[in-house]
Design a binder for this molecule. Structure first.
Ligand SMILES: *Cc1c(COP(=O)(O)O)cnc(C)c1O
Length: 382
């Protein structure tokens, strides 16, 4: 098998699994208990927050453990909206956010929020001038993703953060694709809230965190016990939190080498596809993109068919459409960068990890060229 879908999820690293196991079998205490077994669990949480805080240049008290990226995004948007209604009900985001942000915004609109969805250019970069113009006296939050999950485009996060700070507006970033892949400094970028998810950087699924700057006013998100400083109740998932901490340590330890290798492979893959296959379009920015992200549209190729044929060759990749209620909706991200619905449905995303090799890339390009030729041929036959 050749796995090229690391933006969807990653393999849990062996050392992460190793770090989790004792907390299922031996140290299973409730972190809220008074006895030693409980305090051992409590230490796991404290340690994880310290490890995470160090990577962001923040305080451990500003890290809240969640059940992953989706929950972190929901929490950031809903809780800020609720706590800042005295200031206003206006939120600014972009047309290319993950559905965890977009669908939360739609939900908030039903509850009285006014949401501005910023355009992006043909590479998927947010227009900073448009952002400045969109800010109003009643704007309470700007939410712009750090890096896009489909096309890998990196946003000018620092500039956006500076604009938000100048206008006294809170700034949230969905950094689920960026955290653990590239260095992030929240104070330099004036980030007030940041979402991340363990399974996107070789950690376990169903665990992540939300960074909340201490100046952010916020009520409880989940009501119940006093866990997470009373803001997110529920007995903590200690094995997952131990795994998250191990994944963070690992990711930041290997980051330099991993980035170098992935950029090399990424650019090799892009060049080879451009050499071997005609009538294609690279989606996303050529350089301002995640180290492991490649996304191409292949004219006159239904990506669904191509993905099935790739799968038959043992290659895992994903496409530019989401199957919702049985019909294929072209990706909102690809439409936002100006692709026609047809070209959006003809897109394939290949996302790398440090485990991939040049030999694998060669096989993938060869198979892809065959598949594209075959599907285009079939189309002409009709
Ligand atoms: C994967 C992803 C999410 C959702 O994270 P989960 O942990 O799977 O809930 C949110 N935003 C982006 C950009 C993502 O890539």
């Amino acid at each position: 098998m050749i796995y090229l879908d690391n933006a969807a999820t990653t393999k849990t690293a062996p050392e992460v699994v190793e770090a989790m196991l004792p907390y299922f079998t031996e140290y299973y205490g409730n972190a809220g208990s008074i006895y030693g077994l409980g305090s051992r669990s409590k230490k796991v949480i404290i340690n994880a927050k310290e490890v995470i805080a160090e990577t962001l240049g923040t305080d451990a008290n500003e890290i809240y453990i969640t059940a992953g990226g989706t929950e972190s995004d929901n929490w950031a948007l809903k809780a800020v909206y609720e706590a800042y209604q005295d200031k206003g009900r206006h939120i600014i985001t972009t047309k290319i956010e993950h559905h965890a942000v977009l669908h939360t915004c739609e939900y908030l609109e039903k509850r009285g929020a006014q949401v501005t969805y910023l355009n992006v250019d043909e590479n998927g970069v947010v227009d900073v001038e448009q952002l400045k113009k969109a800010i109003r006296p009643d704007t309470i939050l700007i939410s712009v993703m750090y890096a896009n999950n489909e096309i890998g485009t990196l946003q000018p996060i620092r500039e956006i953060g500076e604009i938000a700070a100048e206008h006294g507006v809170l700034f949230h970033t969905d950094a689920v694709q960026a955290y653990g892949q590239i260095p992030i400094n929240v104070s330099e970028c004036h980030i007030d809230l940041l979402s991340a998810s363990g399974h996107k950087f070789n950690g376990p699924k169903g665990v992540g965190f939300l960074y909340i700057n201490r100046k952010v006013r916020m009520h409880s998100f989940v009501h119940g016990g006093r866990q997470e400083r009373g803001r997110r109740a529920g007995t903590e998932n200690i094995p997952a939190i131990a795994g998250l901490a191990a994944a963070v340590k690992r990711a930041f330890h290997i980051m330099g080498e991993k980035t170098k290798k992935e950029i090399e492979l990424r650019d090799y893959l892009i060049t080879r596809i451009e050499q071997e296959i005609s009538h294609i379009r690279l989606n996303g920015h050529r350089t301002k993109r995640l180290p492991g992200n490649v996304n191409f549209s292949f004219e006159a190729v239904e990506s669904e068919s191509a993905l099935i044929m790739l799968d038959m060759q043992g290659i895992c990749a994903s496409g530019g459409s989401a199957c919702t209620t049985g019909s294929l909706d072209p990706s909102h991200v690809l439409l936002a960068i100006g692709l026609s619905p047809e070209l959006a449905r003809a897109s394939i995303r290949l996302t790398l990890s440090e485990d991939n090799t040049k030999e694998e890339i060669d096989i993938v390009v060869e198979e892809l060229a065959k598949i594209v030729a075959k599907l285009r041929g079939m189309r002409e036959d009709r």
